[in-house]
Design a protein around this ligand. Sequence first.
Ligand code: NAI
Length: 794
Amino acid sequence: MSIAEKFVAMEYGPAPEDPKEALSWLDRHDRKFGHFIGGVWQQPSEGTYFETSDPSNGERLAEVGQGSVADIDAAVHAAHTALPKWQAHTPHVRARYLYALARTIQKHSRRLAVLETIDNGKPIRESRDIDIPLVIRHFYHHAGWAQLLEQEFPGYAPCGVVGQIIPWNFPLLMLAWKIAPALATGNTVVLKPAEFTPLTALAFAEICQEVGLPPGVVNIVTGDGSTGESLVKHDGVAKIAFTGSTEVGRAIRRATASSHKRLSLELGGKSPFIIFEDADLDSAVEGLVDGIWFNQGQVCCAGSRLLMQESIAEPLIAKIRDRMSTLRAGAPLDKSVDIGAIVDRVQLDRIKRLVDQGVAEGATCWQPKIDLPSRGLYYPPTLLSNVHPTSMVAQQEIFGPVLATMTFRTPTEAVELANNTVYGLAGCVWSESLNVALHVASQIKAGVVWVNCTNLFDAACGFGGYRESGYGREGGREGLLEYLEPVWFKNAPALPTVERTPRQPLNHDSDPSLPAIDRTVKLYIGGKQARPDSGYSMEVRGTDGRFLGEAPLGNRKDIRNAVEAAHKASSWAKATAHTRAQVLYYIAENLSERSEEIARRLAAAVGETQAAAEVSLGIERIFSYAGWADKYDGAVHNPPFRNVALAMNEVIGTVGVICSNQAPLLGFLSLTMPLLAAGNTTVVVPSETYPLIAGDLYQIFDTSDLPGGAVNIVTGYTSQLLKVLAEHDDVDSIWCFADGESATAAKAYSVGNLKQVFTNEGRSIDWFDAKQSEGRWFLQHATQVKNIWVPYGE
Ligand code: NAI
């Protein structure tokens, strides 16, 4: 091409980044790496290595160790040995180490960017301008948190040794998201990078040596899924933080159910990218390029479902096709390339298979005529139209450069389509009307919503999912809490095991010869008293064995009815916080009015002193949460862009509650009130020891303006009802505060829709001590943070 022709075509010439530094670093290690354990390199115990290669040309880059059970054990041991000294350091000392890590990564940023690109296949433009700068920002930001830890999180302690498992799409960034908050809060770490992309984690290990991080504070063990599994199962690990597929997330939930390991999961997504007719279409198309073709679409929060307002669908698709035709695919080290290589053959085959399946289901596939390199693993940017909302390509995460398009007419329809997914990681809304954009953003069930922008991340803004996209947040205050526990809770004693004598179900319809009944309660569903489906009740006896009354034996059907009623009570979530506060005050007032008779009845089950305390503290507790209802606010973050990020504490939805057996009334109120204050609706299983409290409570609820369905009460055998609640797909979270066995069961049963689980871990909570049983810790679990990013300025 002549200069004159080039001038007209305005084509970029190749601008390759020099990989020399990165390659000579690999050579310095003889292109063979062991694990980084206790501050030194150790050969894999079984002597097994696997290769990592450059997906853009298939060339072998290095061999890395396959981590065995023994390697994981050695790393966990090293992390334990390092723990006391690391925790004994002042926050300032830990802050200095994190600061040194940030500075040193910055110093090596070019080499790290190249290493990331050759190992993963992502364009150097992305690793150089996005991944590595965000890594650095993450360590700086958390150096600050380390310094401020004691001031900002009094009464909290680190979890201990943390196991972290990361994926291959943002290898060093995911490492930073995991290691920075863990160290800032005083934990030590064993991290397993993904098998396709271990190199930057190993370079980071060397940086830990360079800054003199105490040995054992960070340990890196490479390997495949089996290495990850060993880490998950290790008894010495106090918390697992995982990013990856929903399928593996489920396996980890199952594997950790019977332990006390804390768990945070950042899983898949199928995020909506909504464009309204009044949007600036050119900007929206540029946003879309970042939304779905960034990192070849191998992004958990990729805007993979394009929802277009019908009136603009045609011109918009034309613009998108034009723009797709100008995307440049090629060698990832070329600085003028937009689309790099797919990470591995397995992933490429998966993308091809899913697109073929989509076409077989009726989607129309369009790909621009752009040149793809003849060598290496490439897939062209792809547009699938004619996609039915329920089709596989509209529902399943493809994790490739593939956009599925659909249309909508009204904002309501856009929200319905957006939420028509099991996931809830992210969403984008494009509209020049701030009212429409924010109204829609507030209704999208996802942890982050970008308004007129896309794929922005910052260390100050928590990132994480709703629903099957996982739970827990990375970044920000909420991200730190994932690595901290209240000191009292960490030290709380195990609940004593109480022998429960199986009680015979009573069928008083068929047995009129039963003794006189003092009191019979009913179930409470949708604001109405209801008879149990089973027709059976259980007898309730006092501490002295005296027969106190009967409570219905709820079953699967009753729980299902209760969940349905809770779902229908959406007016509670929509009520203003002020209104919710007023209703809670009214409940307290009514409890106060009837306090004497309730305490008298409760005394038969728990003794007079406890009954009186439960009632008076119960009134106080309701007051507390009435106070909290309009004060548990979010935050406004100022990320280093021309944006604000509004961190909203959003309602979780419908929550199943299994009450404690220790304090039938106060336990019930301590769990239900924070959930109500935050706007959740509940299905509550009261204490099995004194379920008759239900009768008093529903009479109070009935007379306190609480909308029917906001609290539903199903009495019965905890173990049976817990199973139904925890397995129910329309229950969004489960709070389980009975015994240790129930806590394990709640976690194990919740894997289906990956609902959030909050339990007492079988530990004793003093419900009479407000420091333990009231306040922010409960409110944090009653809400989930959504960050809405809004740009300002030109
Ligand atoms: P994956 O979930 O299998 O791997 C992620 C990490 O978990 C890797 O380090 C892996 O070695 C480890 N791992 C695998 N099995 C494990 C187990 N049983 N216990 C503990 N750790 C285990 O993801 P994969 O196979 O690499 O990708 C498959 C699909 O997952 C992708 O096509 C994509 O749809 C999704 N994915 C989602 C990511 C996200 O950021 N949400 C990241 C990577 C993949």
